[in-house]
Design a protein around this ligand. Structure first.
Ligand code: HPA
Length: 278
């Protein structure tokens, strides 16, 4: 389990930079989604490099800045850029957004990402709400000595993805005029994309999208008692489904093309979330 004592200096750094911050929720903007937060009023900003153990983000398209924002009168911590397991620096930076949001009193996390589509009837550019996940990353962030900060020793996984927030995402999508799918997200470790045989296996297992992130954050946030929601952009058809190789360029192009849709959805969600926040 991630030792929270080793994360405490990060809390001190953010406390010093954002005096009086009281975020009601946190949002992680994955692969290329950093601009999707442009509808928030900026109360403060901090580079991940200035947060101990969070560090610099190594992948192009990941901004690596924490925005202390406000929308509809409610504060949020918006993490623009994500650290990944495949960077090889452990899970501390990966789950740091959840740790910080929780330490500052946030009650919910919204996680965004990009993924390969496993369904032939879905097209690249479509957005999917996470209904459930399959963890094939080969690690679990809660392995290790038990720390009550992260809840019980054996956290229930029957409703990791909050039904209340999923409903709210669909209401937000309807209000914003954005089409939304719902499905199961399967996470591998990366950094390789999948083989065609893996893609066939994952479809048989019941997954609708495959990616390299999000599940560690969801596991710790849920265990710590937070409401969790997620939105995936299907950026490409998964390996072997089309007769062409898969490139990171395809992923970033679809992300850019879907930015306005994602932004409209997230802002409509923020407005709805604010209206129910205590
Ligand atoms: N596989 C894994 N991760 C991804 C993909 C994919 O096809 N597309 C975007 N992230």
């Amino acid at each position: 389990m991630i030792d929270t004592a080793s994360l405490a200096p990060a809390f001190d750094a953010v406390s010093a930079a954002f005096p009086g911050a009281r975020p009601a929720w946190g949002m992680v903007l994955g692969s290329g989604w950093s601009e999707a937060a442009s509808g928030f009023e900026t109360l403060g900003e901090l580079s991940y490099a200035d947060i101990p153990r969070f560090g610099a983000v190594g992948v192009a398209g990941h901004a690596g800045r924490l925005l202390w924002g406000r929308r509809a009168g409610v504060e949020a911590f918006i993490f623009r850029g994500r650290r990944h397991l495949y960077e090889g620096v452990g899970l501390e930076p990966v789950i740091m957004p959840v740790y910080l949001a929780k330490r500052f009193g946030a009650k919910a996390m919204l996680l965004t990402n990009a993924a390969g589509g496993l369904r032939k009837d879905w097209a690249p550019g479509e957005l999917m709400v996470l209904a459930d996940h399959i963890n094939l990353m080969g690690v679990n962030p809660l392995i290790g000595p038990h720390d009550p900060f992260w809840g019980p020793r054996f956290p229930d996984q029957s409703a990791v993805w909050s039904p209340r927030l999923r409903k709210m995402l669909f209401e937000a999508a309807a209000a914003a005029g954005v089409a939304l799918r719902e499905g199961v997200y399967l996470a591998g470790s990366g950094p390789t994309y999948e083989t065609p045989a893996e893609v066939r296996a994952f479809r048989t297992m019941g997954a609708d999208a495959v990616g390299m992130s999000t599940v560690p954050e969801a596991i710790v946030a849920n265990a710590a008692g937070m409401e969790v929601a997620g939105v995936t952009c299907i950026t490409n058809m998964a390996s072997g489904m089309l007769d062409q190789p898969l490139t990171h360029a395809e992923v970033t192009e679809t992300t850019a093309r879907s930015m306005e849709k994602m932004r409209a959805l997230l802002l409509a969600f923020a407005d709805r979330f604010a209206s129910t926040a205590p």
